[in-house]
Design a protein around this ligand. Structure first.
Ligand code: SAM
Length: 447
């Protein structure tokens, strides 16, 4: 049950008739949703098996039958989709990202929206995906690996530090801000337990700081989306209003999104112009949880400055031999080593010195004792590999593979394992057995 103070505030804001509809929405069963990953492709039969119906505002978003468990399918391990709440798909959709852009996701873990942004970039341009909390940053990095995002730099930094480092450096910025989570009361008990009016005020202060840093990183002519999953006007229209009044070069863009309700300038004092063009997603008006999003446009039109990405390393002979044996071309980007690991940096990677970097592009692998050992990330990224074995997702071979067991097979050397044509990981064949190279930390038993 939501906190009393929250209910009283919402009743006063919405009035009795709408408040009743709003409160009734907490009792309605939730319809779960997922976003298909175009970077991997959709395995045959998935739509029918999961009973998919479209989320109206996001091309790859679908509700699924609550009786099915897509998170348990090997297709999930292969990155075919990301389980993402339908309203949470809106902010990245509103950001209007196109291939080739330089995009920043400032508060990115666990990564649903970053994965969506990476899919919109379609391998071209750069996504900088940042998370302040180190443990959450590690989860973000793993999720982006699973979702086959290659042109991504994953960082674990404070927004203020990034703002110093990257002034006016991005075409698009997403601020999916930490908030009091009132829109999640239906979904998460923890959001109810942690709520207080003081927490709402503290969140609003922090959001204003984060938005300042974010805005400093947007180029003139660029677009920024500020979003929360809370209803509190202080954290939504309030934060945006204070920001707009202090930054006359920003305005609320007019975006056509008929599924969403207008923001409420009448809920804050001395509102900045344009707040009615922000969006509220109400659980009693659409099939999804509560959210808020504001699309902010920065005036002007300045191109991005290039970054000096340093000199690429030559391709090591061990990697060349590996590629030749498997018939693999080198993906676009430039090779460099970071510690013992070889990476493929996306075009236009910034200098990384002094930054806490978890993932600087696509991890290729390591040279060990004169031989190349391919990384799991590369396996997940690959869509075409001549040296591959494919099994149905419900086959004993895929169950064995995900559990870490060897599988019988005549392939020789490094081979890609596919579930219904979607890459899942590496194995290495010799003498009629495919030795398992699925990462230990990801292994699981399929029932
Ligand atoms: N965009 C994410 C997604 O789609 O999966 C969800 C982001 S969540 C709403 C907000 C994130 O902001 C959390 O991961 C939290 O750790 C992070 N955060 C907390 N305090 C922060 C701060 N001061 N600056 C930046 N991010 C912060």
């Amino acid at each position: 049950m939501p906190p009393k103070g929250f209910c009283a505030r919402m009743a006063a804001l919405l009035g009795p008739a709408e408040y009743d509809a709003f409160a009734a929405s907490w009792e309605r069963p939730r319809l779960p949703s997922l976003r298909l990953n175009p970077l991997k492709g959709c395995p045959p039969g998935l739509r029918e098996r999961f009973g998919l119906t479209p989320v109206p505002w996001t091309a790859d978003g679908f509700y699924f039958d609550p009786a099915v468990r897509p998170g348990l399918s090997p297709w999930h391990d292969a990155g075919a989709y990301y389980l993402q709440e339908a309203s949470a798909m809106a902010p990245a959709t509103l950001l209007d990202v196109r291939p080739g852009m330089r995009v920043l996701d400032l508060c990115a873990a666990p990564g649903g929206k970053s994965a969506q942004l990476a899919a919109m970039l379609d391998g071209r341009g750069l996504l900088v995906s940042n998370e302040i909390d180190p443990k959450r940053a590690a989860v973000l990095s793993r999720n982006l690996e699973r979702m086959a995002a290659a042109n991504v730099l994953v960082l674990n930094e404070h927004p203020a530090k990034l703002a110093e480092r990257f002034p006016a450096a991005f075409d698009r910025v997403l601020v999916d801000a930490p908030c009091s989570g009132e829109g999640m009361f239906r979904k998460e008990e923890a959001a109810v337990a942690g709520w207080s009016e003081e927490q709402v005020a503290a969140c609003a202060r922090r959001q204003r700081e984060i938005l300042e840093s974010a805005a400093a990183m947007l180029r003139p002519g660029g677009r920024l989306v500020y979003s929360t999953c809370t209803f509190a006007p202080e954290e939504n229209e309030g934060v945006v209003s204070v920001f707009l009044l202090a930054h006359p070069d920003f305005s609320v863009a007019a975006v056509d999104a008929p599924w969403f309700s207008p923001g409420r300038p009448d809920w804050v004092s001395g509102p900045a112009p344009g707040l009615e063009r922000t969006f509220r997603l109400w659980p009693h008006k659409l099939v999804g949880e509560g959210h808020f999003a504001a699309v902010l446009q920065r005036a002007g039109d300045e191109p991005l400055l290039g970054w000096d990405s340093g000199r690429p390393a030559p391709e090591p002979a061990e990697l060349r031999d590996f590629r030749a044996a498997l018939g693999l071309p080198l993906p676009p980007g430039q090779i460099f080593s970071f510690g013992k690991t070889l990476w493929l940096a996306p075009e236009g990677l910034p200098p990384l010195r002094g930054l806490k970097v978890l993932r600087p592009g696509l991890e290729l692998g390591e040279v060990r004792k004169g031989r190349f050992e391919p990384a799991h990330a590369w396996a997940l990224w690959l869509r075409d590999c001549p040296a591959a074995v494919s099994y149905p997702d419900d086959s004993p071979e895929i169950a064995a593979y995900l559990s870490g067991a060897p599988i019988p097979g005549e392939a020789r050397g490094w081979t890609l394992v596919l579930a219904d044509g979607l890459s899942l990981g590496w194995c290495k064949g010799s003498g009629g057995t495919l030795k398992n190279h699925y990462p230990k930390g990801l292994r699981r038993v399929i029932r």
